[in-house]
Design a protein around this ligand. Structure first.
Ligand SMILES: [Ca+2]
Length: 479
């Protein structure tokens, strides 16, 4: 014992000095992408070999959601650590208050030794005077419109490639012995809304993907039975979610052409990520770098007669989430977890990885224990919010197999409740589909599920209070 003690004393300082280094963090963030458009999530055609490999070596989340399926809100949630309705004010709910974004996770990482970078689509609605460049060591915004960027030699380069070029440049300049945290936030797979020409006009892809999927048979949307559209709440049937359907999915030919183009955008991201991973490997940084891949919101690709996001169905709220942490034990590699995760959890997770204290104001939790197999899950409730169609808007809550959605829109003209059991009704059918399956319907107001509805409504009210939502629905206490 004495010998060991002496040895420990002699080695003590060395051991402390050689404590595990802080990991590098690379966060790839796609725009407008459902998890169902990736190979590793089961898409029959999507070719995403690099993301599939990250999933095989890391953790793939089957229940990752965003709390609000809108580009700028999802982004502000990650930057602030707060859900939409918490980072803003009742008068201006989409814009972050100065207090909520005074210190971003990137600032906290920088204060703790990290070199930080941001490349790509920002789109978060920040307070007046806010300068994103103040919050990163290297900041380079890259937008769309156009997706193709003129290069010094006169050639055109897709924004996905340009963003990854910046990322590779960043690691080439990385000083030795210093950790880094970098964000590459793509504009793909967002449509070019101002250009409705099917294919490369509406969904411009990196030209390296030319010809991909051309001979593939494109299956129609799974939920394209007109009965499914007809059963939707009336205001959704006339919303922008419906309007955009006519921009991109409403004829067989347009649907097939746009779907091929969309998948090329997905494969374009995957291809660029592959290039980045190779550069990371060559720089000798791969062993200590955690890779995160997710999207700012899901996407309706013709299901229910809808396009875009803007609702609380799974198509809109569910996003891909793949985290590859080379430090996790071998038996956790390649795991697929059904643990619930929100975009709200990302900044807490980043700070936890870096060993930085998670601020008390953060509403999310670190996903690290799930990755390391120490916990099955870190949250049992998914909260969804949206203010479309006039405030308070739509709210949802999901726990286990149950999901409640409430619509309180158009100044009180629409007040509806939907209750789904996602185990028996994973596609959230509202009408009894095909009439012989009584569970495939909205179960709200069904006396058999009265207690469940009350339980979910109480859970929704408590989540709204806990997350400082300033609004109350028509049937909630005004407290
Ligand atoms: Ca988006």
């Amino acid at each position: 014992m004495k010998l060991i003690h002496a040895l420990a004393l002699a080695l003590g300082f060395t051991a402390v000095a050689k404590a595990a280094p802080q990991p590098n963090i690379v966060f790839f963030f796609a725009d407008d992408q459902t998890s169902s458009s990736l190979g590793c999530y089961g898409h029959p055609l999507a070719q995403t070999p690099h993301l599939d490999r990250l999933a095989k070596q890391g953790t793939r989340f089957s229940n990752a959601h965003v709390s609000q399926a809108i580009c700028w809100v999802s982004r502000t949630t990650i930057l602030s650590g707060l859900v939409g309705r918490s980072f803003g004010t009742a008068a201006e709910p989409d814009r972050a208050t100065p207090e909520s974004v005074r210190e971003l996770y990137s600032d906290l990482l920088r204060a703790n030794g990290y070199r930080t970078g941001f490349f790509g689509k920002w789109h978060a609605k920040m307070p007046r005077g806010f300068q994103p460049a103040d919050h990163f060591d290297v900041y380079q915004p890259v937008g769309r419109n156009p997706f193709y960027k003129r290069q010094p030699d006169g050639s055109l380069r897709h924004e996905t490639e340009v963003i990854v070029d910046h990322g590779i440049e960043f690691i080439k300049n990385q000083p030795k012995g210093k950790p880094f945290a970098m964000n590459m936030w793509f504009n793909a797979c967002h449509a070019e809304d101002s250009d409705r020409r099917p294919g490369i006009g509406h969904f411009p892809w990196p030209r390296a993907m030319d010809g991909m999927y051309e001979s593939d048979e494109i299956a129609p949307p799974r939920l394209n039975d007109p009965e499914i559209f007809n059963s939707q709440p009336d205001f959704l049937k006339t919303s922008i979610t419906r309007e955009r359907f006519f921009w991109r999915w409403n004829t067989d030919e347009k649907y097939r052409t746009n779907m091929r183009a969309y998948l090329r955008m997905v494969s374009g991201i995957d291809n660029a990520i592959g290039r980045f991973l190779k550069a990371l490997e060559e720089a000798g940084l791969a062993e200590n770098t955690i890779i995160v891949y997710s999207a700012d919101n899901g996407f309706f690709m013709g299901n229910r007669g809808f396009a875009g996001k803007w609702s609380h169905y799974e198509d809109a709220l569910r996003v891909p989430l793949i985290i590859c942490d080379p430090r996790v034990p071998t038996k956790q590699r390649g795991q697929v977890t059904d643990a619930s995760a929100l975009n709200l959890d990302f900044p807490a997770t980043f700070l936890d990885w870096a060993g930085v204290k998670i601020p008390e104001r953060y509403q999310g939790r670190s996903l690290k224990p799930v990755l390391f197999g120490q916990k099955q899950s870190i949250r049992d409730t998914l909260f969804g919010v949206y203010c479309g169609g006039t405030k308070p808007g739509m709210r949802s809550v999901r726990k286990g197999d149950w999901k409640l959605i409430k619509y309180d829109v158009l100044n009180g003209q629409v007040r509806e409740t939907q209750l789904f059991n996602l185990k028996t009704n994973p596609h959230e059918f509202i009408a009894e589909h095909r009439k012989n399956q009584p569970d495939l319907t909205n179960l709200a107001k069904n006396p058999k599920y009265d207690l469940k509805q009350k339980e979910m409504e109480a859970l929704l009210a408590s989540e709204m209070k806990r997350l400082d939502d300033p609004f109350r629905l028509w049937d909630q206490d005004k407290d």
